[in-house]
Design a protein around this ligand. Structure first.
Ligand SMILES: [Zn+2]
Length: 249
């Protein structure tokens, strides 16, 4: 079997993010030529994502990433949570989209897409805020010509509601010896030691890092493994999360 592959995913990319923390990842990605997966909030109105002074040339920066071959995923629309719906993955209890009507979701997604298109950075990839989306979200995404999703259980890409999804299990480099793993990082809340740990892991595993575009083409060589891995990881993660909520973490 092919050794495990990794994608480096950054959520919450917005003008007022913690650029001082992100800069070391950006520099490493450029040095090692690793195309990152960046979740860009089209019109950020979430004050929790405002950590440092706004970058005035924000869209120029994002266009520069696109020129380098990075994948831009639309990360919601305004990143404001309006429902308590956990969505299909049942990870949290808040959503920008899940639980809303088709019309409401479509308008939000389209307005966000229009901004990214106007800035010349839209790609047919979606990243839900708080990992929360429902089947109506998937329908609206398909109708807006999105083709890929970064989220879900398992260790191989899978089909869901007309889209192809690349799973996202951990916020760390935890992995088995096969499959594709999306390391999901929220730079705003990372400590220096967490940052150093991931930077070191990337440097020492350079050959295993691939772009999102390459990841969508990976499939399991043995039938059944992809599906089994989805059930097993979903169940395992649910147990871990239940345990954490019980002990109050
Ligand atoms: Zn987010």
């Amino acid at each position: 079997m092919m050794p495990a592959k990794f994608i480096l995913r950054f959520d919450d990319i917005a003008p007022e993010m913690a650029w001082s923390k992100f800069s070391s990842f950006e520099a490493l990605a450029i040095e090692l030529d690793i195309p990152l997966l960046v979740g860009v909030v089209p019109h950020c109105l979430d004050s929790k994502l405002a950590r440092e002074p706004a970058k005035d040339d924000f869209w120029d920066v994002v266009r520069g990433w696109v020129d380098r071959g990075w994948t831009v995923a639309q990360h919601g629309y305004t990143h404001q949570y309006v429902t308590k719906n956990p969505g299909i993955l049942a990870i949290g209890n808040k959503s920008e989209l899940a639980g809303l009507s088709y019309e409401e979701q479509y308008v939000k997604l389209k307005t966000g897409k229009d901004i990214l298109v106007q800035q010349g950075v839209w790609q047919p990839v979606f990243m839900a805020s708080a990992h929360s989306f429902d089947y109506i979200t998937l329908q609206a995404l398909a109708d807006l010509e999105f083709r890929y999703l970064t989220d879900g259980y398992g260790v191989y890409p899978y089909k869901i509601g007309g889209l192809t999804a690349v799973p996202q299990l951990f916020a760390s480099s935890a992995h088995l010896d096969f499959g594709v793993y999306t390391i999901c990082l929220h730079i705003n809340d990372m400590t220096q030691s967490q940052i150093q740990k991931i930077l070191w892991f990337v440097r020492t595993h350079r050959k295993q890092f691939i772009s999102f575009a390459d990841a969508v083409t990976i499939s399991s060589s043995s039938p059944g493994i992809a599906m089994a891995s989805r059930f097993i990881t979903a169940a395992a993660l649910r147990i871990i999360r239940d345990f954490r909520s019980q002990v109050g973490q």
